[in-house]
Design a protein around this ligand. Structure first.
Ligand code: SF4
Ligand code: SF4
Length: 451
């Protein structure tokens, strides 16, 4: 089996353990699968918020451990076709790559990463379906002329939505996200030479594909916040000799659709663009949790060597950066009460939890006077990138949201909603709730106006 990801960090996993039960085929990938010790803790309902697909179905085969059992059976079979059977494909399709198992399983089974390799194997054997290609190529598709009008038209026309469902498997019951009228515009900024006092307060803001096209207000808010706090903010842009006429992208859409080579190309483009900033020791600050997880975690599995390691060490989510700077007494901006807002509900993106950033969000929200806030104890919202808009997954995606997220939102209709994940914002907005704000926007409401 030719592996697409670099599984060498599992090289010694289970070695010398007679009970490790490492499958016959799959080399280090098989060792990553065999990290599961079969304790079945993930099949107990009381076990945290792990595995939304198990929680909505109560089917042990759809728990992380159940997936491991199915994968082991396939990797032990001498017929390679066992890895491509329809039953295993369905079991893996219902994993939403939330990283809940990596975080909560006692042995840190990383099913999201295992699924990325699984999909790459599927794509290599069966090719890429049109729908999968559409999701994966989103950073390019969003550049197509008329794309915004087409999405608006599709959302308004039940006939067009039905045709898209029949032809592409995009659920007619879901509104597709509409790009902003104007994507993020890089604000003009006076040269650093005019601000020598900021020479050692330079940071890099990474505006990901989703915030760039769909939520430029969040990116603008982050830029304003950092500037007001006394930082010189570089916006990450492609190198001058970059031949692609589009912003930088982490490559997640390719990675999560099994197109690993293209994900690697995106990552190399990103690494080239950030190389000088990294060499200068600047923090790279991101807004979308899944993009930051890509840079911190998935790039390390793409065989990109030391540059990827160095980037991973410099990347922070906005909330992590602010809390770190506050702890170092470098953050010079206090937060006020937000006029007219007394209660707030926070929905954490799965990958925000995976990188441990929720505690930073909580620390920041605690600093806002006169605000009662609550973290919704929920796992995946169900949207999970493209999962929630796929016709065959719509019901499961809604069931995931109904586990805890939607009931919590219904219970507090007046609360301001905060969620940093693009997918979560869509899932919540599509269900008729007010579309959540990004934390950057909320914090911007809490800083003194300059007039
Ligand atoms: S995935 Fe984790 S919790 Fe589930 S059976 Fe395996 S080791 Fe136990
Ligand atoms: S990544 Fe999430 S959905 Fe997939 S097996 Fe792990 S907990 Fe379940």
């Amino acid at each position: 089996m030719k592996l697409f990801l670099d599984w060498s960090s599992y090289e010694n996993a289970g070695m010398g353990d007679a009970y490790a039960d490492i499958p016959k085929h799959g080399a280090d990938f098989a060792k990553a699968v065999a990290v599961c010790i079969g304790s079945r803790q993930c099949e107990k309902d009381a076990k945290g918020v792990m595995c939304p697909s198990f929680r909505i179905t109560q089917n042990p085969g759809l728990s992380p451990g159940g997936r491991v059992r199915a994968l082991k059976a396939a990797l032990n079979a001498d017929d390679a076709a066992a890895f491509f059977n329809a039953e295993l494909a369905e079991t893996m399709a219902l994993c939403v790559s939330c990283k809940g198992c990596k975080r909560e399983c006692e042995n840190e089974v990383d099913m999201a990463l295992i699924k990325a390799e699984f999909l790459a194997q599927q794509v290599s054997r069966n090719g890429v379906s049109l729908r999968r290609r559409l999701w994966a190529e989103l950073p390019k598709v969003l550049r197509w002329p008329g794309m915004r009008s087409l999405i608006v038209w599709r959302n308004k026309s039940p006939l067009l939505a039905k045709l898209a469902e029949l032809g592409l498997g995009i659920s007619a019951r879901v509104s597709l996200p509409v790009p902003a009228q104007m994507p993020f515009q890089i604000p003009s900024q006076s040269p650093l030479s005019l601000h020598p006092e900021l020479a050692d307060k330079q940071v890099v803001l990474l505006v990901d594909t989703f915030n760039y096209y769909f939520n430029p207000a969040a990116a603008a808010a982050a830029k304003k916040l950092l500037t007001r706090a006394g930082y010189y903010v570089h916006i990450a842009t492609p190198l001058a000799d970059d031949t692609e006429d589009r912003p930088l992208c982490c490559g997640r859409t390719y990675f999560s659709n099994g197109m690993i080579d293209k994900a690697r190309t995106e990552a190399q483009r990103m690494l080239a663009a950030l190389a000088d900033h990294i060499a200068a020791g600047r923090s790279i600050i991101g807004l979308e949790p899944s993009c930051i997880l890509s840079l911190r975690d998935e790039y390390l599995k793409l065989g990109l060597g030391e540059p990827a390691q160095k980037l991973a060490e410099k990347v922070l989510l906005l909330e992590e950066f602010i809390v770190r700077e506050q702890a170092a007494k470098r953050w010079a901006l206090a937060f006020n009460a937000i006029p007219g807002v007394s209660s707030l509900l926070l929905h954490g993106h799965c990958h925000q939890k995976a990188v441990g950033a929720i505690k930073s969000v909580r620390k920041l929200l605690k600093q806002l006077p006169d605000l009662k806030f609550e973290l919704i104890e929920a796992s995946c919202c169900g949207m999970a990138g493209n999962f929630g808009v796929e016709a065959e997954h719509y019901d499961q995606a809604q069931a995931m949201a109904e586990l805890a997220l939607f009931p919590a939102l219904r219970a507090e209709p007046a609360a301001l909603l905060v969620s940093n994940g693009f997918s979560c914002q869509q899932q919540i907005g599509n269900a008729g709730f007010t579309k959540p704000l990004h934390l950057a926007e909320v914090l911007c409401l809490a800083i003194p106006s300059q007039d």
